[in-house]
Design a binder for this molecule. Structure first.
Ligand code: GDP
Ligand code: MG
Length: 299
């Protein structure tokens, strides 16, 4: 008897801020995606490749699905919808502790129109004191007929995540090993480094600044005893640049330090991070700029 290999793309979709990226990191057992308390942190499609004996699960983290206002948001939602279209299995995520709005209806519609095999993860159950409160929620989604399984989880604490993994693994179709078994993601190191810097900008600035910020790594050089990374934070206005730099450069220094520490821990290398700030007016609204930053609705 020949052993069958099973594999597939498991696309994680849901409204913004429900914990999709936290779950990707939890499923992978390591941080790949950046996570912040602010909605719309994730802007690209990002893979987490989990290879086990007999299976390869390719988790696809995506931006949230919501009603987009400006071109960057349109590209983000397009990225998520496109990734859902390519899924072998959809992992839909809902915040079990929160309110439920229109965004969910659109997701349910996409599932039913696409005839996509789907599992629902009810996340953030650590915030739900009385677990009986989950029952009406489970019932409501069960009645849509769109989900093979409904699994309550906490991406933060890990509760229920092993069960979720089993459920997903059982639904994987037969297929080839798409990626080498030691490969955990497809993203280039310079993209991952830019994301870590962007996470620190999201965490350490307020108002519109995180949403006006994009990060590009300009140089990524191995100098033998250290890695030299030159990166630029792009903002939309001069006033934002001034805030981002801070009194005598204090803000930029703090953000740079946080990013460097994390990158050093991640790579196990000494890192020299050369961080710059530039203005690119209204880049969130310009197609050319979106393409420059890799926010073209494809990746
Ligand atoms: P995404 O926008 O869907 O990718 O959401 P993130 O993964 O960026 O998480 C958004 C926020 O929710 C962050 O502050 C996370 O720490 C938090 N979060 C994610 N999962 C859980 C969970 O299971 N429980 C709690 N309490 N918070 C969570
Ligand atoms: Mg995310």
């Amino acid at each position: 008897m020949t052993e069958t290999f099973r594999s597939g793309y498991v696309t994680i979709v849901g409204p913004p801020n429900v914990g999709k990226s936290t779950l990707l990191n939890r499923l992978m057992g390591q941080k790949i995606a950046i996570v912040t308390p602010k909605p719309q942190t994730t802007r690209n499609r990002l893979l987490g490749i989990l290879t086990r004996p007999g299976t390869q699960m390719i988790f696809v983290d995506t931006p949230g699905i919501f009603r987009p206002g400006y071109p960057l948001q349109k590209a983000m939602v397009e990225t998520a919808v496109r990734a859902l279209g390519e899924a072998d299995l959809a992992l839909v995520m809902i915040d079990a502790s929160g309110r439920h709005g229109d965004d969910e209806d659109r997701i349910l519609r996409l599932l039913s129109e696409g005839g996509i095999v789907a599992v629902l993860a009810l996340n953030k159950i650590d915030l739900v004191r009385d677990k009986k409160q989950l029952l009406p929620l489970i019932d409501r989604y069960h009645r849509t007929g769109l989900f093979r399984e409904i699994v309550p989880v906490s991406a933060l604490t890990g509760e229920g995540v092993a069960d979720l993994l089993t459920v997903l693994s059982d639904l994987l179709p037969e297929g080839p090993q798409y990626y080498p078994e030691d490969m955990i993601t497809e993203s280039p190191e310079r993209f991952l480094a830019a994301e870590v810097i962007r996470e620190k900008v999201f965490l350490r600035t307020g108002e519109e600044i995180p949403y006006s910020a994009a990060v590009k790594v300009d140089e990524y050089k191995d100098r033998g005893d250290s890695l030299y990374i030159k990166a630029t934070v792009y903002l939309e206005r001069g006033s934002q640049k001034a805030i981002m730099i801070g009194q005598k450069g204090s803000k930029l220094k703090e953000i740079g330090q946080l990013a460097r520490q994390e990158l050093e821990a991640q790579t196990g290398r000494k890192i020299f991070l050369d961080l710059w700030v530039k203005v690119r007016r209204k880049w969130r609204h310009q197609t050319g700029d979106l393409r420059f930053f890799g926010y073209d609705g494809r990746r």
